[in-house]
Design a protein around this ligand. Structure first.
Ligand SMILES: O=C(O)c1[nH]c(=O)[nH]c(=O)c1Cl
Length: 312
């Protein structure tokens, strides 16, 4: 039973990896991912310079979930570019993901120029969906801006690139974003990011649970799976086959991985649950997914990827 997958002509031995932002901010975290059974890693979304992020408490654990308003704390692009290039020298056959999240178009273009000129040959994940930078809207909810960003990026960027999108909640929005994305030579689309600007209240203390933005933050974990599956499926049905889908959101167990793949995902990313369980999560999920595949008679994921049935 193989859990291998391929995206943009690159093969991954395992179709599971971390989601950007979780246990991937520093070398120690990334080394642990390299040593794990994950098929790849993605680095914490980078800004041009190191950022402290929002004041704490900025992340809170929920029953099988999380709310966060980290505010893009990261060590700056140079730190992550150095890490992935060093790793590339050590493991030239591996493909990994470098996430970038500029807080302006100029920052995104500057970072992508630097990456284009560098010897990095992995995948860039352009994060258009951080919900937690005060005063900054999520680019992914402004379709004209998405079009403008991609138009400018693909004037010069020739290496494999994907975008990380926020969840959409309207089928017409799936139509609209897919119509834009299909115009560009994207390698993948990663859906979903956290469900932005939710609010969690502690009835005992009668207070919100995180400090930034009066308690508003992005939700992850089990409760977002139906929205995540809808976005994976909605985009899989609309995007040209050359654009692979990375499915993120609500994965706690092997069955959740199976469902994401059934909806069309070629790779899945785990955030909240990976945060709680650490890298042994990938061993557990791999075993659980293999058990499901064996029960159903599948030997590889292509046999069921995107094959979700409807009633008609
Ligand atoms: O607050 C964050 O750092 C953050 N938090 C999220 O839930 N998604 C993101 O893309 C980012 Cl960049």
């Amino acid at each position: 039973t193989s859990l291998a997958t391929s995206i943009g002509g690159r093969t991954f031995g395992n179709c599971m990896m971390n989601a950007a932002g979780i246990r991937c901010q520093n070398k120690k975290d990334l080394d642990a991912l390299v040593a794990s059974s994950a098929g790849a890693y993605v680095t914490k979304s980078a800004t041009p310079q190191k950022r402290a992020g929002n004041p704490s408490p900025r992340m809170h654990t929920l029953n099988k979930g999380s709310i966060n308003s980290m505010g893009l704390p990261n060590n700056g692009l140079d730190y992550y570019l150095d890490y992935v290039i060093d790793d590339q020298h050590k493991r030239p056959k591996a493909t990994n993901f470098l996430s970038v999240a500029g807080t302006s178009l100029a920052d995104n273009l500057a970072m992508l120029h630097q990456i284009q000129e560098s010897e990095f040959n992995g995948f860039v994940e352009l994060n258009l969906s951080c919900p937690n930078v005060p005063g900054k809207p999520q680019v992914g909810y402004d379709f004209d801006r998405v079009n403008d960003v991609l138009d400018q990026v693909f004037q010069f960027y020739t290496k494999p690139l994907g975008v990380k999108l926020p969840p959409y909640f309207d089928l017409v929005h799936f139509d609209q974003i897919a119509a834009i994305l299909n115009q560009y030579p994207l390698t993948f689309v990663n859906t979903i990011n956290s469900i932005g600007n939710a609010l969690v209240v502690d009835p005992r203390s009668e207070q919100v649970v995180i400090r930034p933005k009066g308690g508003f933050g992005g939700i992850g974990g089990a409760s977002v799976k139906p929205t995540a599956l809808a976005n994976v499926r909605g985009l899989a049905l609309r995007l040209k086959p050359a654009i692979a889908i990375v499915g993120t959101g609500g994965i706690l167990n092997g069955v959740d991985v199976f469902e994401h793949i059934l909806c069309g995902a070629s790779m899945v990313q785990i955030g909240t649950q990976f945060g709680y369980e650490g890298t042994k999560l990938f061993d557990r999920l791999s075993q659980e997914l293999k058990d499901i595949m064996n029960q159903k008679g599948y030997t590889n994921i292509e046999q069921f990827r995107g094959k979700l049935k409807t009633f008609d």
